[in-house]
Ligand binder design. Structure first.
Ligand SMILES: [Zn+2]
Length: 235
């Protein structure tokens, strides 16, 4: 991502990364060693998310807790079918705890996200997006928006969300985004930054409202990919 940013964006990313490193509490879990590389790789990805906003948007992030790999949570939560509950352990890549709670991420997943190992998947962008969503007090897929954007945001996101939830694919949105509106926003954020051209072409209205909220146009940064070559045929 770094080489794709304009010079001014790179300078701003460095400033925000520095601020996140110095102002947030960084902790390691499960005996993991928190090196500078670990902190910078995570902070820089979180910084990209608010490149067009401000670090004040992370005022609910009290700390960043890094696990070496996938973590397991326990506790009662909604079960697999409506009206049920479960306390089974759940393997998760990261968490954004409520209120001023920390963001928790698995380092192996954060590193994979930095390398764009799996297009459309980025645990750091996902969990920090949840924190942006919480700023207005509720995790409902609608972050604090400019007043003139709100109605359009809700209409556009609801239309895509309802299709995915009804089993009508809207690629590049993933089905996980239909878990609830909060997950929809977090997944849409991952796709917006990781597959911006695909999103801009397939879901122009969704891409547009995300561009206006994040005040960034990531599709503009992506190099145009050559069309796939026709397979050669043996004569
Ligand atoms: Zn989530």
């Amino acid at each position: 991502m770094w080489p794709l940013l304009e010079h001014e964006e790179q300078q701003r990313l460095l400033l925000i990364t520095d601020e996140l490193l110095s102002r947030k509490r960084w902790e390691a879990a499960r005996g993991f060693e928190l090196t500078d590389t670990v902190r910078v790789v995570i902070a820089a990805q979180a910084a990209l998310l608010v490149l067009g906003l401000s670090t004040d948007h992370y005022r609910l992030v009290s700390a960043v807790v890094v696990h070496p790999s996938t973590l397991t949570t326990t506790g009662v939560r909604a079960g697999p079918s409506p009206g049920t509950v479960t306390a089974d352990p759940l393997a998760v890549l990261g968490l954004a705890q409520d209120g001023r709670g920390p963001v928790v991420v698995a380092w192996d997943q954060a590193l994979a996200g930095a390398h764009r190992a799996e297009p459309g998947h980025n645990v750091v962008l996902h969990e920090f997006a949840h924190k942006l969503d919480m700023l207005d007090g509720t995790i409902d897929g609608t972050p604090l928006l400019q007043r003139d954007l709100r109605a359009e945001w809700v209409a556009v996101c609801t239309a895509v969300y309802e299709d995915v939830a009804a089993g009508r694919p809207r690629p590049p949105m993933r089905w996980y985004g239909a878990t609830n509106p909060g997950e929809f926003f977090a997944v849409a954020t991952e796709v917006f930054f990781e597959q911006p051209r695909e999103l801009a072409v397939s879901e122009p209205a969704l891409y547009d409202v995300l561009t206006r909220f994040y005040r960034q146009d990531p599709a503009r940064r992506e190099p145009l990919v050559d069309p796939p070559r026709q397979p050669s045929v043996d004569q």
